[in-house]
Design a protein around this ligand. Sequence first.
Ligand SMILES: *Cc1c(COP(=O)(O)O)cnc(C)c1O
Length: 494
Amino acid sequence: MIYKDLLPMNMDGNAPTKEFLRRVADVCIEYVQHTFDRNSKILDFHQPEQLKDVLDLEIPHKPLNLDQLLVDCKDALKYQVKTGHPRFMNQLSCGLEVVSLAGEWLTAAANTNMFTYEIAPVFILMENVTMAHMRKIIGYKYGDSILAPGGSISNLYAALAARHKMFPQYKERGLFALPGELCLFTSMHSHYSMKGAAAAMGLGTNNCIEVPVDARGRMIPAELDRLIQESKAKGKVPFFVCATAGTTVFGAFDPLNEVADICQKHKLWFHVDAAWGGGVLLSKNLRHKMAGVERSDSVTWNPHKLMGVLLQCSTIHFKEDGLLISCNQMCADYLFQQDKPYDVNYDTGDKVIQCGRHNDIFKLWLLWRSKGDEGFEKHMDYLWEMTEYLVQKLKSQSDKFEMVLEEPECTNVSFWYIPHRLRTMKQGPERHKLLGEVQPLLKGRMMTAGTLMIGYQPEDEYPNFFRNIISSQAVNKDDIDFMIEELDRLGYDL
Ligand SMILES: *Cc1c(COP(=O)(O)O)cnc(C)c1O
């Protein structure tokens, strides 16, 4: 059997099509079960050259038969890193929410484009309702939102809208509409996409001004105020401030109310990058971390991180309605005819700098339906409970683990593992240097063993340290106990 035996090539192909799809679904379901099986490895690590040897990746001249394609499907998953495994703590998006997966499958079957109501009526309405729900949780009364391909692009949308609001002529006249060099402000620990936005928007990375942070990684408001005044004195034109709610490495929450005061004083756009931390808004116990968010002009919030929605799912919200469309609209006649037989405000495609848009809403909507607001509150509280357990555990073994920050604010927990030979060494630059060398070696051992995955990086004056992320409902206390023992087993003699 080959592709010609299936729909749509074979008009009588219902039975073989069903059989083929069912077998592919079985491969996926088996993978899901392995993902949550603690006895299965997270990965079977191979160097790129080895992997090229064991896989046949070439595009053939002649059709391959369907049995071979099923083998290909299995092989593709065989060497894949199980990002939903309870001991995969490597990324801000961990886990595999089964309902959201079901949503992604349905999305693929519907295979539509989100630019017009004409071809995606149900999904457009879903997007409308879900975005309004999120804006309400943020504390915006009205406003507008869009799903974007990732938090980096969401941040770019915020900066574009801010510039458009301040200099509406920019869209037609470009740089000539500006009175001087625009600059924006974001903390030293903010996500690199703000710098990327400055580069992409023609501001230049020098005009992405980095505000110093305190010992816990939070933006220092007085420094922000000082830098704004300093750049004005230099003749620059500040227009945009980004506060981060949940920084990527430390998980710090910038003080939103104080940043809002400064933005108000200088009449600047106030953006909150809550790509990582936005989930705290769903819990009564946690949302105080983002107090003041309702005073912002825009918020980036990635449901594919703390909320566990399948990749990719990112949202950008605006307090003011109408900005996205007026900033980005190009009025392509072949898509956005104004004389269509329905309210063309439902054609969202002209609000974005993309043309086509992937359907990222269904997997979010379906997951939210399954949990309700109440379920998501429990979801968040559980992640924090597990994080607290981990922090206590690490602190109780201070000979083996050293915390980078004493009190993590989000579910990022940063620490050094201390191998046996360094446990008695006195603090100082030499020990610092050695600690920084040991963590990547331990990571290498983790990947070879396939039992654990945690990311590491240096930051500021700190040498390489592990940043453990708990953002999956699969993680339980036993996994945390396992992780601590496994780090010591793998790293003791380093
Ligand atoms: C992850 C992250 C981003 C980028 O989101 P992508 O979806 O990966 O583009 C932006 N800001 C913060 C704070 C993040 O943690």
